[in-house]
Write a protein that binds this ligand. Structure first.
Ligand SMILES: [Zn+2]
Length: 313
């Protein structure tokens, strides 16, 4: 679908891409409009842009919207080999500093999966393995898939099996799972159709897929428009409830439930995020940071991150 043939033949990462997309990366429709022009200087991204905790708000390439299916996607997208190299090299100590809050977040979300009961679970984008820890506590036989060598080594140190390979490669193995989880992953994928098809293949019939992703159809996203903080370099595709449901159904899933996802973060982290997203508020967030205990856990749910459960038919 993407214009990658020129990239594959090129020895150096010098992609020859159309200046504007000629079709939607999801449905192929040619009726596209530039929804959000590029923000920030277009410079080569450093490794920090791909961290889970990236502060690269207010910086992204042009983002187009499809009139056919409603998907938003950035264009041009980085070539696959650039993405894979970037994610393999991610190192994110701030994520580890937020461990307790990530665990609180995951303890809440794991309850939506029902009892573990020895079910085999693959956490896609397992990062440092914090969800794996929570899933193991909940009675799942949990293993992870994670491209970052740094993050995977942390998860392995906790005794988990972690596969350092793309999802479609994992799907060619003989392993099959009862549950797949993808927390804040699908918006990072250049070809979510291919990845969800692989997710389908990895599940046993009747197996469950649980995922979270940012929601462009949410009230907050619509109200903030170009100021919505999640318009970022590392987010390649932007779903809303109808586009994600349609893609899941196309991939062979039945959508069971769509709710909202709640993150717990430290007060210090939240204030830094708000300051990076809305510079006009920086004096206010800096003043607050002087009086609020930085480790204070704060649950955040603005309704702009959806939590989706689906069943493999
Ligand atoms: Zn489309």
């Amino acid at each position: 679908m993407r214009q990658t043939s020129a990239i594959a033949r090129s020895p150096a990462p010098a992609p020859v891409l159309l200046p504007v997309p000629d079709h939607c990366v999801l449905c192929g429709d040619g009726r596209l409009e530039l929804r959000f022009p590029a923000r920030g200087e277009m410079v080569a991204l450093d490794a920090g842009a791909w961290r889970c905790t990236s502060f690269g708000h207010r910086h992204h390439p042009p983002i187009y919207g499809c009139e056919g299916c409603g998907l938003l996607f950035q264009w041009p997208m980085p070539p696959d080999e650039v993405l894979e190299a970037a994610y393999s090299g991610v190192v994110d100590p701030l994520y580890m500093a937020e461990r307790e809050n990530r665990i609180l977040t995951f303890r809440k979300v794991v309850r939506t999966l029902g009892p573990g009961g020895g079910r085999r679970l693959l956490d896609v984008g397992a990062y440092c393995g914090y969800f794996l820890e929570v899933a193991r506590e909940g009675g799942f036989r949990a293993e992870g898939l994670e491209l970052s060598r740094w993050a995977a080594s942390h998860a392995r140190a906790q005794g988990f099996t972690v596969h350092t390979e793309p999802l479609e490669v994992r799907a060619t193995s003989a392993d099959r799972y009862h549950v797949l989880t993808m927390w804040d992953v699908v918006e990072h994928l250049p070809d979510p159709r291919e990845e969800l098809a692989a997710a389908h293949d990895l599940l046993v019939p009747g197996g469950r897929l649980h995922l979270s992703t940012i929601d462009t159809g949410s009230l907050v996203a619509r109200l903030l428009g170009r100021r919505w903080p999640w318009l970022m370099d590392m987010h390649l595709v932007y779903f809303d409830r109808p586009t994600l449901s349609a893609l899941l159904e196309e991939a062979g899933f039945r959508v069971l439930e769509i709710g909202t996802y709640s993150h717990t973060v430290s007060a210090g982290y939240l204030l830094r995020k708000i300051g990076a997203s809305f510079p006009l508020l920086s004096p206010f967030t800096r003043a607050l940071a002087r009086v609020v205990p930085p480790a204070w856990p704060i649950p955040v749910n603005l309704g702009d991150n959806m939590l989706v459960s689906a069943e493999r038919i």
